[in-house]
Design a protein around this ligand. Structure first.
Ligand code: KG4
Ligand code: ZN
Length: 337
């Protein structure tokens, strides 16, 4: 069973091919970072136009990498939400065209579920109960995947997504776009205890998190140093800010898993590529006797293989969609797909 997955929900035009649910045969990413960097963030119209130019060559390259022809495929999967509406439309229209031209079934994939399910390409079948930390540019939540196949959201951010906080602080520190990887790199040379930035809601009951207070504290501290004529050590600010976000995520995730009696944690989404988050989560999970599943960083950030993997799971359950498949920019992680 060979499934091609198309991902165009944000600024990566990406196509992956997965065989029999678990084997990655191709994973091609045509990044638009250079196009958006000069604007300091993703420009939706620019993203949609670039997807239009890049989709066909990216599909061709993925097929070449997999050594496969369109005839060899069993289905076309595509992210239909959540994401930027214009960007999603390009991928879904492309997938529908391909499905109509080849007669292959079309499968609409939930981008956030795909972030979680990509773990199966390196770690095999996720065996619920599993606790998932889903942290990306637009989403932050802690979700229980239950043994009966159900999903429950246990907590979420009440303001910014984790990736959004990284990107905003990086912009403030003039570190460029995208901010998460830039802060991750710079923080390696900084002191994470140089500033005692707040960890909002760390000890509050429940599993929700908040980043806006942390963001404000960082910005206020930078202004104070500027006004006082102090030299700002950007690496220390980056490391201290990152450590605050990491502490919040690790504490809340592991506590939620313990409360639920769940022994396996899976990390998902672009922020799960963060090296400090991965290291600290592994340390604490190990200490608590929990198993940590952390997909390789290149599978955490947006890619086509995750869409192909999630599409394969749906196909295996006999779920396909008609050409009436609609995009849903606000599609939720927990709820109908
Ligand atoms: O999942 P993703 O690739 O796209 C969305 O679905 O949003 O996540 C992108 C987010 C961006 O905010 C980016 O700055 C962040 O993930 N990110 C990171 C790292 N790599 C990507 N944040 C922290 N550390 C990283 N290494
Ligand atoms: Zn994503």
């Amino acid at each position: 069973m060979l499934v091609l997955g198309i991902e165009t929900s944000c600024d990566e035009t990406a196509v992956g091919i997965v065989e029999d649910r678990f084997t990655m045969r191709a994973n091609v990413i045509a990044s638009q970072i250079d196009l958006h960097a000069r604007f300091g963030g993703v420009v939706p119209e620019v993203a949609a136009r670039a997807h239009l130019d890049l989709l066909k060559p990216t599909i061709d390259e993925a097929l070449r990498d997999a050594g496969a022809a369109l005839d060899d495929l069993d289905a076309i999967a595509v992210t239909h939400g959540p994401g930027l509406i214009g960007a999603l439309l390009v991928g879904v229209a492309g997938a529908k065209g391909l499905s109509l031209a080849t007669g292959l079934p079309l499968i609409g994939v939930n981008h956030l579920k795909a972030h979680v399910e990509v773990a199966q390409l390196e770690h095999g079948e996720l065996d619920p109960p599993v606790l998932a930390l889903v942290v990306s540019g637009g989403h932050t939540s802690i979700v229980a995947l239950d043994a009966d196949g159900g999903m429950r959201e246990l907590g979420a951010t009440i303001d910014d997504a984790a990736g959004e906080a990284f990107d905003k602080i990086a912009r403030f520190l003039d570190l460029g776009f995208p901010g998460g990887p830039a802060i991750d790199r710079l923080a390696k040379t900084g002191n994470p205890t140089a500033y005692a930035f707040p960890r909002p809601m760390l000890h509050a009951p429940g599993n929700d998190v908040s980043f806006s207070g942390l963001k404000t504290a960082v910005i206020r501290e930078l202004r104070r140093q500027e006004d006082a004529g102090e030299e700002i050590v950007v690496a220390d600010v980056a490391a201290s800010f990152q450590q605050a976000i990491v502490d919040l995520q690790v504490t809340k995730t592991v506590r939620a898993a313990a409360d639920e009696g769940i022994g396996t944690v899976v990390m998902a989404g672009g922020v799960a590529a963060n090296s400090q988050l991965r290291a600290d989560m592994l340390r604490v999970c190990t200490k608590e006797g929990m198993r940590l599943i952390a997909p390789s960083p290149r599978l955490c950030t947006d890619n086509g293989a995750m869409v192909a993997a999630s599409g394969s799971n749906l196909l295996a359950r006999g779920i396909t969609h008609t050409s009436a498949l609609a995009v849903d920019s606000g599609l939720q992680l927990v709820g109908p797909t």
